[in-house]
Ligand binder design. Structure first.
Ligand SMILES: [Fe+2]
Ligand SMILES: [Fe+2]
Length: 254
């Protein structure tokens, strides 16, 4: 895991902004964090793998917190192939500086052979871009869930075992509904089938951009709360009255 987070010291909660490196025979970087963390992100990745040894860069979807350092990682001496899909290329448009000759398109349900293992692109149940695919490594049992299983933290931690259980499960439901407001519209039987699909992978560890690592008995717990997320009651998103208060405090401070 490559760790970053946002909001510490500024908000009541902070949010992880992780990415990942798979150090196999053909090293894979998974997502690239946000541009504001570029120097630290590149230093963290290159502490695990030499820039010229990175064979693949897998992007789960085209949001700025996942693509913030995509061009930077693919520049210079990089030999990596960029694993995206057709719609991601369309949606990134001119912001994508990598030429099509260095792309590979992998869709939901397809696999990527990385020498010593075949990685499975599996769309998670909760997502906020139509391009989203997670990534399952059958060799380690690690599933990269992209924006699924997201949760706020009071302080940065590296494992959800450090989060109060009720705070954590409520956090998953809250972020799930914020990320995917369409959950309120879906047929529950069909939605459950998307959770079944991840559960059937029998993942040993769930990781994602916006969650500390989820291990052991918290894996089935995360899956269980994801099943209930569409019908759970969560706090409303901050509205104009909250912004009024923020602006009042800023005016007093200025
Ligand atoms: Fe996203
Ligand atoms: Fe995200």
């Amino acid at each position: 895991m490559i760790h970053d987070h946002q909001g510490e010291g500024e908000a009541p909660v902070c949010v992880a902004l992780n990415s990942m490196v798979i150090r196999g025979k053909e090293p894979v970087v998974v997502d690239t964090g946000e541009a504001a963390n570029r120097d630290q992100f590149l230093a963290d990745v290159f502490s695990l793998v030499d820039p010229t040894d990175i064979r693949w860069l897998f992007i789960s979807h085209d949001d700025v917190d996942h693509t913030g350092n995509l061009n930077a990682l693919m520049a210079g001496r990089s030999n990596a192939t960029l694993v995206i899909n057709w719609f991601m290329a369309e949606r990134m448009g001119v912001s994508l500086a990598v030429p099509p000759t260095r792309w590979r398109w992998i869709g939901d349900g397809e696999t990527l052979d990385v020498g010593d293992r075949r990685l499975h692109a599996i769309r998670p149940p909760i997502f906020d871009s139509p391009t989203t695919r997670g990534l399952f490594d059958p060799r380690t049992g690690v599933y990269w869930a992209s924006d699924s299983f997201a949760t706020p933290m009071l302080v940065p931690v590296d494992d959800v075992a450090h989060l109060d259980r009720d705070f954590w499960t409520q956090g998953i439901a809250t972020f799930g509904q914020y990320i995917s407001p369409w959950l309120a519209l879906v047929d529950d039987r069909r939605y459950q089938a998307t959770v079944d699909r991840v559960e059937a992978l029998n993942p040993s560890v769930l990781v994602g951009c916006h969650t500390p690592a989820i291990r052991a008995e918290r894996v089935p717990a995360a899956i269980e709360v994801t099943r209930r997320t569409p019908s759970m009651t969560v706090a409303p998103e901050p509205d104009q009255s909250v912004l009024d208060e923020i602006q009042r405090v800023l005016a007093v401070a200025a």
